[in-house]
Design a binder for this molecule. Structure first.
Ligand code: ADP
Ligand code: MG
Length: 271
């Protein structure tokens, strides 16, 4: 079983990338489980054709001690992809990572963490206890950082590197960095080179470059992944190629995070 986690800044394109990867894996005949680990709980929406599924945290809260069945938290989406949303507390109340902790506890109890590939879609703005849990507990065996060439998303990616490196140093986790995915923001012409250089400096590589394309919004308006909505498009091919690169990737590293001034120097060199 491969356990792949996509981490990155909010709004950078993790869920879009994760859902298209899951769709591509499923097209290839794999049994896929996608777990949304973002309080925004919209990770699996396109795979579910727009249907919002109940979150684990809401269900756990409602039920208190009554048992929960897998069929209440694991839903079948496009091409049989199994979909779970961790959810999060009401804004302003409690720890945002609580949904993730509740989800892993429940899925373990139900024996539902089973597939050829598990895709974790995790918000990486703050790598606090809850959001670090998939890494700390060894679920996220391969982390892919989703970033654009914008400084703030590189900054978030670098922070995730710090967490991976710290956990590895303490010998407490088998979580490693698989690579960097550039989801283009189309902000500057040398964006790909910049993200490639960032990947090199942290001791990793660019796993793939995903261009910014209007078909992503079109697919979204039709409540589908690009792979389903426009299967013959160039963008769908990009997601399929990214899925193959991830499956072929065996280079797992302990990243070397950059100091803030180093990070700024890389960004400045490619502006
Ligand atoms: P995240 O999960 O990181 O918060 P999303 O995947 O929800 O981010 O993406 C945020 C927005 O950016 C969505 O409206 C999505 O349609 C858009 N988006 C993501 N990737 C691309 C892309 N490659 N081209 C065009 N739009 C994109
Ligand atoms: Mg998301």
């Amino acid at each position: 079983m491969r356990q792949i986690a996509l981490y990155g800044k909010g709004g950078i394109g993790k869920s879009t990338t994760a859902a298209n990867l899951s769709a591509a894996f499923a097209e290839g005949g794999m049994k896929v489980l996608q777990i949304g680990c973002d309080p925004k709980h919209d990770s699996t929406r396109m795979l579910m054709h727009g249907a919002g599924i109940p979150t684990v945290l809401d269900l756990v809260r409602e039920r208190e001690s009554d048992p929960i069945a897998s069929s209440e938290v694991v839903f079948t989406g496009y091409r049989g992809v199994q979909c779970v949303e961790a959810g999060g507390p009401e804004p302003g109340v409690g720890c945002a990572g609580r949904g993730i902790i509740a989800t892993f506890q429940l899925l373990e109890k139900l024996g539902a963490l089973k597939a050829d590939v598990v895709v974790y879609d995790v918000l990486g703005d703050v790598v606090c206890g809850g959001f670090a849990m998939p890494m700390r507990e060894g679920y996220a065996e391969e982390v892919y950082l989703v970033t654009s060439g914008e400084l703030m998303s590189l900054y978030a990616a670098n922070n995730i590197c710090k967490a991976i490196a710290r956990l590895a140093r303490h010998g407490r986790s088998k979580c490693r960095l698989g690579g960097v995915i550039c989801n283009s923001a189309n902000t500057h012409p040398r964006e790909k080179e910049l993200v490639e250089e960032f990947a090199r400096q942290i001791g990793s590589t660019l796993t793939g470059f995903v261009p910014r394309d209007r078909v992503v919004q079109l697919a979204e308006l039709h409540k589908q992944t690009v792979v389903e909505y426009a299967p013959d498009s160039g963008q769908a091919q990009i997601y399929r190629a990214l899925a193959s690169s991830i499956l072929d990737n065996r280079a797992l590293t302990i990243p070397v995070p950059l100091e803030t001034d180093q990070l700024e120097a890389v960004a400045l060199a490619y502006i």
